[in-house]
Design a protein around this ligand. Sequence first.
Ligand code: FAD
Length: 173
Amino acid sequence: KTEEGKKNDLPPRIVLGPDGKPCKSCTAFSAWAKLPKKKATGATDPSSSSAPQDTVTPATLPPDCPPDVEALGRATWTFLHSMAATYPDSAPPEKQKEMSSFLRIFGNVYPCWVCAEDFRSWMAKDENKPVLTGREAMSRWMCRAHNEVNEKLGKPAFDCNKWEERWRTGRKG
Ligand code: FAD
């Protein structure tokens, strides 16, 4: 089969990696679980997507499995928002430079390549350049970045006025 033919056999929402194979960190487990199972020899069994499976596929990502796009995303947003929430109140130029480098590198190394590509293009627009002058500015910028992804995925926007309560102080009272 041609590469194109193989691609068309894939269940929906499976994202391929640069190596042409399904990319686990770019795909939701719910979609991944529908992929035809590999036999012990390592060859894909073409009949297996409709044949009864000898193992039961769990409905959600088991805790000892490599992260899917969602688990990776949740963990990464926790890290990114926490980093913004602990950034200096007012950041000296050296700190701003450091964070700017980090975000540029992050956009190149994030394991979900489609996510990284979109994040890089979003950040490259003048109006979306990282705002790194201090904690509040960076946290609000990060909230906008996250809302951009929420919108792309059809999720509700987060109220950015709540950034501090969510990521720094916790709910009061
Ligand atoms: P998440 O979106 O992971 O959010 C975790 C928690 O953060 C929420 O429970 C909420 O309390 C809080 N939160 C939500 N929005 C905001 C906000 N705007 N500001 C502050 N806090 C907020 N997945 C894809 O399928 N395709 C993509 O292209 C894609 N791109 C991504 C790009 C990046 C840079 C990252 C880090 C992740 C990306 N993801 C992508 C993953 C996606 O954003 C989610 O993490 C994943 O779908 C799991 O979503 P969730 O609903 O569990 O909560």
